[in-house]
Design a protein around this ligand. Sequence first.
Ligand SMILES: *Cc1c(COP(=O)(O)O)cnc(C)c1O
Length: 350
Amino acid sequence: MNQYAGMSGTSRNSTVACDLRSDTVTRPGTAMLQAMYQAELGDDVYGEDPQVNRLEAELAERLGKQAGLFLPTGTQSNLTALLAHCGRGEEIIVGREYHVHYYEAAGASVLGGIALCPVPVRADGALDPAVIAGAVKDDDSHFAVSCLLSLENTHNGLAVPLSDMAAAAQAGREAGLAVHLDGARFFNAITDLKCSEVDLAGLADTVSICLSKGLGTPAGSVLVGPVDLIAKARRWRKMLGGGMRQSGVLAAAALYALEHNVARLADDHTRAATLAAVLRDLDVGAVSQATNMVFFTPSEGRNDALCRFLADRGVVIAGGSAGAIRLVLHRDVDDAALDRVVAGMRAFYG
Ligand SMILES: *Cc1c(COP(=O)(O)O)cnc(C)c1O
C-alpha cells in the first residue's frame, strides 16, 4: 500500500473537525506559538541560534549521543545520515517497506551514488537477523560494499520490541555495518515499549526523529549521533540546501514539544485502541492497531463512499479506492473529535 495515496487536497473544506490522514497535520497550539514568539534567535548557519543549539544538545543528551543536528524535515534528516555514513559504490541494507527505501525517492542513490538493498520486513515490523546476514555482500569486486543497516521504529505504527531491534543491529554489526535508526516516531515507540530513550537509541549509531508528527511542531527533525558523523551530516545539510538561519523559531516549538507533548502520546495510543475496538465491533472489515495508527480494510470496499460520507460530517480520512485505510490519531483529535469519527462510522455501517 502507499500510505500517502489519496492524501492531498481532501480537506479544503473549512468545516473539518477531525483529520485522521496523518499526524503530520497537527498544528501548533497557542502555548507552542507563544514559545516561538518569545524565542531569542540567531543565525544557525553561524552556529549562533540559542534555541537550535539547545535543541540539538538536549536531544543528543536524552538519547545518549554526542551531538545533534536540526534539519527541516525527516526525509532530509535520514538523507544526511545516509550520506554521512556511506559513499559512492557502497550500499545500505534496509527494509523494503521502510520509509528510507520506499518513500524517499531514492535520494541516497540519486545524490550519493549509494545503492539501496531492500530486504523483506516481517509482519511485526522487524528485520530478520538471518536475512540481514544473508544480504551482506562478500568483499568481491562484483559487489557493492555493504556499509550501513537502516532500521525503522515505529513501522506502520508497530513498535518493534527492543530484543528484535537488538538482534537486527547485532547481525549488522557482526558484518561490519554501521546502524541508522529512522525514528520518525521514536517517542511513540518508546511510549509503547515502556523503555527509555537511551534503551532504544543505544542500539543505533545515528537516530533521526521527526518533530512535526505527534509532537506537533510545524516543521523539523533532529539527527543525533557521534560528533564526526554529525559534522559530516552538517556539511551535507548545507549542500542539500537545508542550512537555515533564524530556525530557532522552529527549534523553540520543538523544545516546547519535548517538554509538553511527549507524555500525552499515550493518549493517542489509547484513542487508537478505542477506535479499533469500535471498528471490530461493527464487524465490517479487518482491523489492526498499533500505537497511534489503525488500519481498517472494509470487506465490501466502498472506501470512496465512506470517505465522502465522513467528509460530510467533518471527518477527513485518506481516500483510495480499495484496500486498507490508515487512520492516525494525534494531538488535534480529542475525545469530542473521536466521538464524531465513531458516530460517522456507526452511521455509515449501521
Ligand atoms: C514521516 C516519516 C519520515 C520523514 O518524513 P518527512 O515528511 O520528510 O518529515 C521518515 N520516516 C518515517 C518512518 C516517517 O513516517
